[in-house]
Design a protein around this ligand. Sequence first.
Ligand code: CA
Length: 231
Amino acid sequence: MAAKETILVVEDEEKIADVLKSYLEREGFSVSTATDGEEALRLHASLSPVLVLLDLMLPKISGEEVCRKIRARGNTPVIMLTAKAEEASILGGLAIGADDYVTKPFSPRQVVARVHALLRRAGTAQHDELRFDGDWLVIDTTTRTVFREGAAVTLTPSEYSLLVALATHPGRTFTRDELIQLALKDDFEGYDRVIDTHMKNLRQKIEPDAKQPRYLITVHGMGYRFGGGTK
Ligand code: CA
């Protein structure tokens, strides 16, 4: 039998850690738990988990700092667990390299679903390609090349970063501020309408019909989401 895949649960609230552990063990994972940031980093180094569930508010070293350090070590997928009041930190969570987040109170089942989804995504990422609608739109993250109907499309670095930020989270709505933080960072030109300009250009480059976007969907009053299905 193949060795069980280990998931590291970092959570100082014992009840939450126990519930997550039992749900994940039922799914066939081996689960280790850490109750503070120091222990989390120690166990991450010694166990090489396939995924980390990481509470944001932790004793000793904050979840954000733990996430940054894990990210500096490699590509272990990280799902942040955040309390409602900390929602403002979600953006920070994704910007520091978390792959996904779940807001407390959550149903353990929802967390398990996210774990499976992220592991699938991480598995696909080993091929370093995101494919949509068959091969209609392909994003090769190794060479940072985008193909539209098999033909390479020339994108600026900002356009590429925006597209990847959206395409790796299909269906999730991002505000313009989030997109600036996630994708533009140092390149931020000072006002959020810059996102709209990038989106307009991106649509002309990658959409089947820029006037009726299939991938880069405007969410009125909110921002943008990626609409493509991975089939
Ligand atoms: Ca906590």
